[in-house]
Design a protein around this ligand. Structure first.
Ligand code: APR
Length: 228
């Protein structure tokens, strides 16, 4: 029975692939007001602005490639029962070969009906914009299948369940600023080792965390020396 390795990733995991983080200097939220581009109110006020914000991020993502960190996490499936819980909306974990990836905040390559949450569509990389007038089969406008600020995070119960079963818990590239995702740390049993890979200090309430103060790829190399 392989040990269960649960990995919570954030924007820092994709930094080495050239995708901007949110809260580092020069991050995405410095350039775009969150209220306008990442809330339901912003979408209602100016749907075209919001659709274009995600169209731009989708085009940027389609140019990005998985980095060494993504690839090493996929390879760890040879030695562990790996579950990745990511806050990222890119599909770089999947492209690198990870087989169990849970997207807490949605997926850039999926569109959803604004009139029926159950209608979710894959976006064709060759026609990757969502435009005003793109409608679902019931005639409602399509929106990005992304969790905006103020919206529910439907996959949290499943993520908590996975976290409860961890034998090892690893956090990579997240400032742990956004709940409920950041709250998963409190769902890890007390006697389970927790590793945090981040080049900067990250403030958490848990004192017993092993901080590997490096970028994702270098940090995972160090992590492998410890857990393998
Ligand atoms: N390797 C690892 N970590 C890195 C790297 C790197 N190369 N570069 C930066 N980081 C770290 C930063 O130090 C920071 O702690 O990645 C973290 C990025 O934090 P944020 O920009 O806040 O991104 P994230 O934590 O994923 O944001 C959570 O907030 O905006 C919402 O929905 C959005 O999913 C996002 C959520």
């Amino acid at each position: 029975m392989k040990r269960r390795l649960i990995v919570l990733t954030g924007a820092g995991m994709s930094a080495e692939s050239g995708i901007a983080t949110f809260r580092d200097s020069g991050g995405l939220w410095e350039k775009y007001p969150v209220e306008q581009v990442a809330t339901p109110e912003g979408f209602d006020a100016d749907p075209e602005l919001v659709l274009n914000f995600y169209n731009m991020r989708r085009r940027e993502m389609l140019k990005a490639k998985p980095n060494e960190g993504h690839r090493m996490l996929a390879e760890l499936e040879n030695d562990f029962d790996v579950h990745i819980i990511t806050q990222n909306i890119d599909n770089l974990h999947e492209q690198a070969g990870s087989s169990r990836v849970l997207h807490l905040h949605g997926e850039l390559m999926k569109a959803r009906s604004t009139g029926d949450d159950s209608l979710i569509y894959d976006i064709d990389p060759l026609h990757c914009d969502i435009r005003l007038g793109d409608l679902c089969e019931k005639g409602f406008q399509l929106r990005p299948h992304i969790v905006w600020f103020g919206e529910a995070v439907p996959l949290i119960p499943e993520a908590e369940e996975i976290t409860h079963g961890a034998d090892i818990f690893v956090i990579i590239g997240t400032s742990l600023n956004v709940y409920p995702a950041a709250g998963l740390l409190n769902e890890v049993k007390r006697n389970i080792p927790v590793y945090l890979i981040d080049p900067k200090e990250v403030h958490t309430r848990r004192y017993d965390i092993h901080h590997i103060q490096k970028g994702a790829s270098e940090g995972i190399i160090e992590l492998k020396k410890i857990i393998l």
